[in-house]
Design a protein around this ligand. Structure first.
Ligand code: NAP
Length: 652
């Protein structure tokens, strides 16, 4: 039997809570609601198609800053729709009927059409998965005992973060044995490791949850690290995965034994003996951002104060009254600087390139009680809220960062990219109208999209203008016992240095040693150029799959969870093919691998991050884009929807 728990088993709704609402609080909830999710939910709950009247339909053109308020619907129509919704919610409350999230399929179809139109060109499967319709369409509809009754199959998952938990869940649904190895002391991956003050999501939160376990109770639109960590930990417990995770256990080596068709993993628990364990398949779920990068700065070891990396936050050292230096102005620095400012005596930010910032006034806002009430009680509402968030990013800003070779400009890659650059530059300049020094240093001189764009709610510019803060743009020339040196003779005396210098992202799977067929060593074979077929498979490494592998990072659209779900589905289908075909192992062909990577390189060269020479973690030392996915989200969905088995060799 296939285990098909529903999302509401994990995060139950409380429709009865609607009955306790006064008219005033209901109206407040309607005002707090996103209008289109509310209309879709009410149409499905009441079967009244007045809510999905085409007059109320979203206008789907996406400007640079994301969807316009109410997806471009006129204020009058928004008002009319709100009144309609309020009247019906009042009626539902007074009738006291039990509300469920069942929906008639034809009505669902019409609701989907209302929300996104007919000619969107995006895969039906992607839309259904994101809407979780029917519940968990990606759950494997097969089990090991059905497809290979006599076969024992044990999978090693390396890493218990967002990806590893997902793969474990899928394997469990298919009745396949697995063990998760996690080097950290707890589950959560990046959300466990990054505990620096201010750490939170910078992609919309409702879209940052598994499609089959959507959480209506996020406290913020961009939740804080502890809330996201708690989401993954509680799901692991609900999925009964927690007990299958070997914490504090590092995988040192994975070695494919050709004669046996098995992988031998050498693993070490903290301070313990090295064990050799055998598995039929391995899924690496170690992520791209797990190895902190500390730049090699001359004299760093002489510094007498404290120093640490954002991903290894040191809670033992108080920053109160300290002179602090933060190196870097990426996503981590951007969050940590405003969060520690109230404590420090002074703070120097060492900047090489300023970030582009996307106006996001509600970045730090919590979900209001009035909105939370609707999210937790009105069936379908949270699901549709999430869906609209996903929908806004399916294409996202892709068109704005695509290179047009006919466009000749030193800091933009197309006319659309230039238009975005001008808007964002004006926005930045407005923040620093009273600080000409910052106005000059804070407008990037590289195309928007060449590096990660950050969320601007005014907090970063306010921090930079704080009298305690100084932005140092001269290059760091060295570190000495008492601080950081810049230029030829200037020196910033410091008590603490915080390295917000990012990760060794292109060193995929390091420091593990992965040895495949014929003794092929993955890192030697890659030679600094990590590549994989669909981000998952490498020739010479049978039954070895990567989650969030090379070229699967998303920059201008979507959430990584969306990609992880596609990858996990794909891996499950590969395993099914292997088991049904009574084969021992499968390995991607050289041809499939080569042609996929040629396409990836060609396409990445046509994106702002590939065309620009600005430094970023998207590229390796040779300048190849090893991290990013250059096409649409839908393209990845289509390529991974069903494995092309001709791209693999099977071994009995
Ligand atoms: P990052 O984006 O790689 O930024 C590193 C920063 O350090 C850059 O400003 C870089 O300057 C600077 N730097 C590196 N070496 C330096 C040196 N030797 N001297 C001076 N400056 C130096 O790293 P990150 O901020 O940790 O973010 C990495 C990724 O993690 C993000 O892009 C995002 O995907 C993820 N992240 C996500 C969140 C979230 O969603 N909540 C939060 C944090 C991080 P240059 O710009 O000149 O290279």
């Amino acid at each position: 039997m296939v285990d098909r728990q529903t999302a509401s088993d994990f995060f139950p709704l409380h429709p009865e809570a609607l009955r306790d609402q006064s008219d005033a609080s209901l109206w407040e909830s309607v005002l707090a609601a996103e209008i289109h999710p509310l209309l879709c939910a009410l149409a499905l709950v009441t079967s009244d198609e007045a809510f999905i009247d085409p007059r109320f339909a979203p206008r789907v053109e996406l400007p640079a800053e994301g969807p316009p308020p109410h997806w471009g619907l006129d204020d009058d129509l928004v008002d009319e729709a709100r009144r309609l919704a309020f009247d019906r919610l009042r009626l539902l409350r007074d009738q006291g009927k039990t509300l469920t999230d069942d929906a008639e399929p034809p009505l669902l179809e019409r609701t989907i059409e209302f929300a996104i139109g007919r000619d969107h060109g995006v895969s039906e499967g992607l839309i259904r998965r994101e809407l979780d319709l029917p519940h968990d369409p990606s759950a494997p509809a097969w089990r090991l005992e059905e497809v290979a009754p006599d076969r024992r199959f044990h999978v090693a998952i390396i890493g218990a973060g967002m990806s590893g938990i997902l793969v474990a869940h899928r394997l469990q649904q298919a009745g396949i044995d697995y063990t998760v190895f996690e080097k950290n002391a707890d589950i959560g991956g990046t959300w466990y490791q990054n505990t620096y003050p201010g750490c939170r999501l910078d992609t919309p939160n409702f879209a940052y949850s598994y499609a089959f376990a959507q959480n209506p109770y996020w406290p913020s639109e961009f939740s804080e690290q502890r809330d996201i960590l708690s989401f993954f930990k509680s799901l692991s417990a609900e999925f009964s995965i927690t007990d299958r995770v070997r914490l504090n256990t590092e995988v040192l080596q994975a070695h494919y034994q050709n004669d046996a068709g098995l992988w031998t993993l050498r693993v070490q628990s903290q301070g313990g003996e090295i064990e050799a364990l055998k598995f039929d398949a391995v899924v690496s779920s170690v992520g791209q951002l797990n190895l902190p990068k500390i730049p090699d700065i001359q004299g760093a070891e002489e510094f007498l104060g404290s120093a640490w990396h954002t991903a290894r936050w040191n809670p033992e050292v108080s920053l109160k009254g300290k002179r602090v230096g933060v190196i870097g102005t990426g996503a981590s620095a951007y969050q940590v600087v405003p969060a520690i400012l109230s404590e420090v005596e002074s703070l120097v930010i060492f900047q090489r390139n300023p970030p582009w910032m996307l106006p996001t006034p509600r970045y730090h806002e919590r979900i209001s009680d009035a909105h939370q009430c609707l999210l937790g009680s009105l069936p379908h509402y949270a699901r549709w809220l999430r869906f609209f968030q996903v929908w806004a990013t399916v294409r996202g800003r892709w068109d704005l960062v695509r290179v047009d070779h006919a466009h000749q400009h030193p800091v933009s890659v197309s006319a659309a990219n230039e238009a975005l650059r001008v808007v964002l530059a004006q926005h930045i300049e407005a923040h620093y109208a009273d600080r000409p020094d910052l106005r000059q240093s804070q407008v990037p001189n590289y195309p928007p999209g060449a590096k990660r764009m950050l969320r601007d709610n005014g907090v970063w510019p306010a921090a930079l203008k704080d009298p305690r803060v100084r932005v140092e743009t001269r290059p760091i020339s060295g570190i000495c016992a008492s601080g950081i040196e810049v230029g030829n003779e200037d020196h910033h005396p410091l008590d603490v240095i915080i390295y917000a210098t990012g990760f060794r992202a292109s060193e995929f799977l390091a420091p593990m040693e992965i040895v495949g067929l014929g003794g092929r060593k993955l890192h030697e074979w890659w030679d600094g150029e990590a590549r994989a077929y669909l981000g998952m498979c490498m020739p010479g490494f049978p039954n070895f799959f990567c989650m969030y592998g090379p070229n699967t990072n998303l920059v201008v659209h979507g959430s990584l969870i969306l990609f992880a779900e596609s990858s996990a589905d794909y891996i499950m289908q590969c395993l099914r093919a292997l088991l049904i075909g009574k084969q021992r192992s499968m390995v991607v062909t050289d041809e499939a691998f080569q042609s996929f990577n040629e396409m990836i390189d060609r396409e990445n060269a046509l994106m702002a991050w590939g065309a620009s020479s600005v430094s970023s973690w998207y590229k390796n030392d040779q300048g190849r884009v090893t991290q990013n996915w250059p096409l649409s989200i839908d393209a990845f969905f289509k390529m991974t929807e069903k494995p092309c088995l001709n791209d693999f060799e099977f071994m009995a």
